[in-house]
Write a new protein. Structure first.
Length: 180
């Protein structure tokens, strides 16, 4: 029997959520000229680009966007296995910048912990914030997003899948319930 799938966010809801998150970032960051969005591979990268485009639409300010691969900073490589690293692309020195790390889903917090270690290789930011599309709970580390699109309480064995048009040909967030 296939796992039941529940659509959590539609394409329109994702678009509205990105607009809201961009507005929240604009409100929180005092100097948008110092803002840099850094997406965590894989789907954090297009989310960061979407947020930057929305901020530019709202404020008329171009926001640099970077892409961060955290493979070699993970503390669970023995469990998840080695994979081919993506290319980290940080457009400028992050020293004294306001960096917003962007990811699709936060779960245990380990990806963000690795991203915090990785991002400091590119300078010493004045501030680092975290923006996520979905917060599903179950943190193992004291990490909490500053900007959250959707809080989604889940069971530990459930899965949250984010689909983005740039990677998957459609925009959606789904909850996959694993039958017991």
């Amino acid at each position: 029997m296939p796992a039941p799938i529940v659509e959590i966010l539609t394409a329109d809801e994702i678009r509205r959520t990105i607009t809201r998150l961009a507005s929240e970032i604009v409100e929180k960051v005092s100097d948008l000229q110092q803002l840099v969005l850094v997406g965590i591979y894989t789907r954090g990268v297009p989310l960061a680009a979407s947020l930057a485009a929305q901020i530019e639409s709202l404020e008329g300010i171009h926001v640099p966007v970077g892409a961060l691969d955290i493979t070699f900073y993970r503390d669970d490589l023995d469990q998840v296995g080695m994979r081919t690293p993506a290319r980290t692309e940080i457009p400028l020195d992050l020293t004294h910048r306001c960096v917003v790390l962007v990811d699709d889903v936060i779960f245990k917090g380990r990806t963000v912990r690795a991203a915090l270690s990785a991002v400091t290789e590119y300078g010493r930011p004045a501030t680092i914030y975290l923006a996520v599309l979905v917060d599903r709970g179950h943190r193992q580390l004291p990490i909490h997003p500053d900007f959250t699109g959707k809080y989604l309480p889940t069971a530990a064995e459930e899965q949250v899948k984010v689909y983005l048009h740039s990677h998957d040909g459609r925009d959606a967030v789904e909850l996959i319930r694993i039958p017991s």
